[in-house]
Design a protein around this ligand. Structure first.
Ligand code: TQI
Ligand code: CA
Ligand code: ZN
Ligand code: ZN
Length: 176
């Protein structure tokens, strides 16, 4: 079953149209337009299940959600740890910070069936899969006990998992 953060924080009813900014990208080699595509696809999966809308803004000061790549310590007391281990983290509503470990071998825009095979042999991490999971946290979901769920707390290295499971949909629909 799905879970919330302690106290069940959510984005309040007058904030259904959320803007995100992709702000810190110098630490990744993935190009900017690919990043825009991957995050737009990840947000659209949650938008399809709720009355939330997401749009990218180029203005960090307008953004509800900020997304960036960082190495090691980056000022929030949760340092990244180099390849594998922690891949990314996101804070609960309405903080909006979503950080990715720049040290990972991120794979972006790999939409085909071959991806899980190629990823598992190289230790690469599918960016869209991690983004869908972290957006669940940004919106207020904790970890699920259902292994198929996006919000389950472990993923095999090299797995691509981007489709919301029934449990994820029920969880987000109970919040929004
Ligand atoms: N990052 C952890 C995660 O997002 C960070 C974390 C641990 C966390 N406990 C939390 C975040 C509680 C919010 C609330 O779960 S991670 C996965 C998964 C990670 C893990 O790098 O370990 C994914 C990031 F679920 F697959 F293991 C993305 Cl998809
Ligand atoms: Ca790491
Ligand atoms: Zn951080
Ligand atoms: Zn998680």
């Amino acid at each position: 079953l799905y879970a919330y953060f302690p106290g069940g924080p959510t984005w309040p009813p007058f904030r259904r149209d959320l803007k995100y900014a992709i702000t810190a990208t110098s630490a990744t080699s993935i190009d900017r337009s690919t990043l825009s595509d991957v995050f737009a696809r990840a947000f659209s999966r949650w938008a399809a299940a709720t009355n939330l809308k997401f749009s990218e803004t180029s203005s960090e000061s307008d953004a509800d959600i900020t997304i960036g790549f960082y190495s090691g310590a980056h000022g929030d007391g949760e340092p990244f740890d180099g390849p594998l281990g922690t891949l990314a983290h996101a804070f609960s509503p309405t903080d909006g910070r979503f950080h990715l470990d720049a040290a990972e071998a991120w794979v972006a825009g790999a939409g085909d069936d071959d991806v899980s095979r190629s990823l598992s042999s190289t230790g690469e991490v599918d960016l869209e899969s991690v983004a869908v999971h972290e957006i669940g946290h940004l919106l207020g979901l904790g970890h699920s006990s259902v292994p198929e769920a996006i919000m389950y707390p472990t993923i095999r290295t090299g797995t691509r998992k981007v489709e919301l499971e029934e449990d994820d949909v029920q969880g987000i629909q109970s919040l929004y």
